[in-house]
Design a protein around this ligand. Structure first.
Ligand code: SDX
Length: 392
């Protein structure tokens, strides 16, 4: 505290900060946004209200939420020249690389978003990225599918509009599924913030150099892409599909996960902070059941996931290391039921995490925190005399 970081013995030197946004208790499996339990928020409010809560610290009144949404909608237009950047990518480019690049490119089209020192200027940059990110996500998915871009419908809610831009089909009436809107809204709430995880720490440290909100978010997207972080949700599905292709032999994959000579890890399991169940995983597991039941989908992948979870929770190797399912273990099953392509899973994590990144960036800037500069524990050579090349 007070700017002095003391590393507990054995604690991994990953840096830390003070924040009033999200509280985690890894031992008890507690997650709260601005003091509100995630279990309540996931049931009682929508993603846009959670976005407002994380960024501004209070649940909005109806008029505050309506104005927030209007301000976001007013900024949802994306400069047509952004399409030229999108066109330059091969269709096979990973969407996270595209979204990170387009988000950074937004700076070029919104230069006033860089030098933001007043709350008013910060608010303008915030509603811009909240308005434009869903468009970039939808356009990126449709480019991969060779579909024309959809420009959305201002009469729809924030998540409804995202789904419409992603899934509308040319020359046909788009029918919104309330089940899918509610499921995605809940998933985005569960991903909205998670204190100082890898990508959020990246946003804070890049933002601390006053690099601008869009550049900071772009850096966070790149960090989230990693398979040990947000990229895990796609890796979980690929793992479950490999197990299914292997005749559902979960025991073989459990053995691989425990074999120190095998780099394979059980994706969707383990967490740096949670040494108990990830509270989000519990909510998502139930949501997966509900969505598949409601859609009448009997997905063998879900059965494999449940079998793997049961085995891991009873396996001494996993129990000793307190390895439980995390937020990524079941989320991909819902995205799959929504016909979201696997390569887009981590992009869905990014759009869920966007409010948290924004909130943490804004907190860091309002607190006028100095530029981030983590220290190191030097373990290299002590001073030594120079050796000329002929003597080396
Ligand atoms: C997210 O930080 C956040 O909050 C992240 C996140 C968020 O909302 O932002 O919650 C989102 O990133 C969730 C995590 C998604 N990643 C995965 O599911 C990938 C698989 N999980 C792991 O790679 C791992 O568990 C991490 C990266 C999540 C955590 O790694 P740690 O805390 O550095 O744990 P570790 O590598 O020190 O492992 C401790 C032990 C080791 O064995 P021993 O050396 O003690 O013998 O547990 C083992 C590890 O080998 N282990 C695993 C394992 N995870 C840890 N063994 C098999 N399978 C795994 N998944």
């Amino acid at each position: 505290s007070g700017g002095v970081i003391t590393l507990d013995p054995g604690y991994k030197n990953t840096g830390s900060c003070e924040s009033a946004i999200t509280f985690l208790d890894g031992e008890k499996g507690i997650l709260r946004y601005r003091g509100y339990a995630i279990e309540e928020l996931a049931k009682k409010v929508d993603f846009l209200e959670v976005t407002y809560l994380l960024i501004f610290g209070e649940l909005p009144t109806k008029s505050q939420n309506d104005k927030f949404h209007e301000d976001i909608k007013a900024q949802s237009a994306v400069d047509e020249d952004i399409k030229k950047i999108l066109d330059a990518f091969p269709r096979t480019a990973h969407p996270m690389g595209i979204i990170s690049s387009l988000t950074s490119a937004l700076t070029a089209f919104n230069p006033s978003s860089v030098n933001v020192n007043s709350e008013e200027d910060m608010y303008k940059a915030i509603v811009k990225i909240l308005g434009k990110m869903p468009v970039l996500v939808a356009w990126t998915m449709r480019k991969r599918q060779g579909l024309p871009f959809d420009y959305g419908d201002e009469s729809l809610g924030y998540v409804e509009n995202l789904l419409k831009m992603m899934f509308s089909k040319p020359n046909s009436c788009y029918v919104q599924s309330k089940i899918l809107v509610d499921a995605l809204d809940k998933l985005l709430i569960l991903h909205a913030d998670h204190e100082q995880n890898c990508s959020t720490s990246t946003v804070r440290i890049v933002g601390s150099a006053h690099a601008g909100l869009f550049a900071s978010i772009s850096a966070g997207i790149s960090a989230l892409w990693g398979p040990l972080h947000g990229g895990a949700n796609q890796a979980v599905l690929e793992m479950l599909q490999a197990i299914e292709a292997d005749g559902g032999d979960t025991k073989k994959y459990m053995a691989k996960a425990k074999d120190k000579n095998d780099p394979f890890r059980l994706m969707g399991f383990g967490h740096r902070v949670y040494k108990n169940f990830d509270p989000r995983a519990k909510i998502i597991k139930k949501a997966a059941d509900d969505v598949l039941d409601a859609l009448g989908i009997d997905d063998p992948i879900l059965a494999i996931a449940k079998g793997l979870e049961k085995e891991a929770l009873e396996d001494p190797y996993f129990v000793e290391r307190k390895l439980y399912p995390n937020v990524d273990f079941y989320s991909g099953i819902i995205y799959r039921a929504m016909n979201i392509p696997q390569e887009m899973f981590t992009v869905m994590f990014a759009i869920g995490r966007l409010p948290g990144w924004i909130a943490q960036w804004r907190e860091m800037r309002l607190r006028k925190e100095p530029i981030g500069r983590p220290r190191q524990l030097y373990i290299g050579a002590t001073e030594r005399p120079f050796v000329p090349v002929e003597e080396r």
